[in-house]
Design a protein around this ligand. Sequence first.
Ligand code: ZN
Length: 505
Amino acid sequence: MTDNLQRVYQQACDHARQSAILAAVQAALEWDERTMLPPPAAEYRAEQIALVSGLVHKQWVEPRFGDWLAELAASPLAEDPYSDSGATIRELRRQRDRAVKLPQSLVEAIARAAVLGQNAWQEARRKADFQQFRPFLENMLALKRQQAEAIGYAQSPYDALLDDYEPAALSAEVTQVLAALRNELAPLVAEIAQSGRRPDVSILARRYAVGAQEQFGRAAAARIGFDFNRGRLDPTTHPFCTTLGPHDCRITTRYNERHFNESFFGILHEAGHGIYEQGLRVDQYGLPLGQAVSLGVHESQSRLWENLVGRSLPFWEHLYLEAQRQFPEALGDVALRDFYFAANDVRPSLVRVEADEATYNLHIVIRFELEQALLLGDLSVGDLPGAWNEAYRKYLSIDPTDDAVGVLQDVHWSAGLIGYFPTYALGNLCAAQLFAKADEELGGLKALIAAGQFLPLRQWLGEKIHSQGQRYPAAELIRRVTGQPLSHRPLIAYLRAKFEPLYGL
Ligand code: ZN
């Protein structure tokens, strides 16, 4: 290896680190905007964020960075695509190529359309009036089609957008795995609907003091492994997780005094994202080996802790006495089994973010099908509300009462996040597949969880997923860790094993 080549590699890595530092500055501004910012300051904050995001883009497209990467890609350092240097060069090139293909004018047009679109969406949702939002969505779709063309694709323009969130995934493959999932979910949901058993969900709508919820949620997040020495939990309106540096992961939640689930399972969810971020390699901060591999895998980590651990019976066998002590008035007279059943209530609902584990993925299938049809021009924006309601009748046997709880419920399309929804379902599939493998390798997760021992599972995930960063593309990583390509089967097996006894199927 020549000294010169090593020097070029070092320069390229330093350059990438600089853009990661700039991106973290942007993330700090955004975290502050969503948790602390006085409302009148929003306009200037938008300018600050736009300025920094422009600097990040500039850093990525700088010609000499491209020259270094081209030289490295043709060198022995890139020979093994899964070695430290090989994976780093491969991923930096991939990200830079995407950035270079997008003209600055298009990036800015999408950013502007996203701000205007979100404003229009908020107003339209408040009035449950889709027509008001329609021109903004038409404009955004036109821009996203331009984006797809600029980036390029082999099969479908949708792939070019999906690639932003789930690198290398193809919509044809995602369609296949989600169709298989839907075909097995639909009968399960129908069987549950026909069973006579229903939990008493009113126990979760008793009074849960916000202070006690915060204390209890914080303790649970710490117990599963979120490191509060290197992170924070703060309240917000729309919960999220963000990372401001290798020792600074921020999670957020919202509290509802009359609903236990919202903050508690929300905190476990965001803590799952946070544990992934905190498990990334510190020495690779800002480089591909120190970054999460895809949104789908990220979501698998949040869903795993939220659902497969947090909504399991063993988890509550471990924690229920503490919950009763923390909320004596709400839970003092409630048996563990009743609480567990209420926390796992399955019923078709209109709103995705409130959906249970069994019906959730049907909400995603609907969005995935509709956004592809919109992008490809098979469905006009004017026909979208009708198509949305039709899909809810078909997949969930439920009729949206108005657009606010129908087609206008999610922010994503207004913000230009098209191709994002499938990552939620991929996360659920991946969570179940990883959990099954961990269960096999660790010899019985149920007993560990019931004993409050979360460290073995966290270490297993840390070794297999977190510390790998982007060494392997997501699909390859899952195949290597679990020995199988991503499949709907582990999730269906998990859901059946859980809900059949609960609902007496
Ligand atoms: Zn999430």
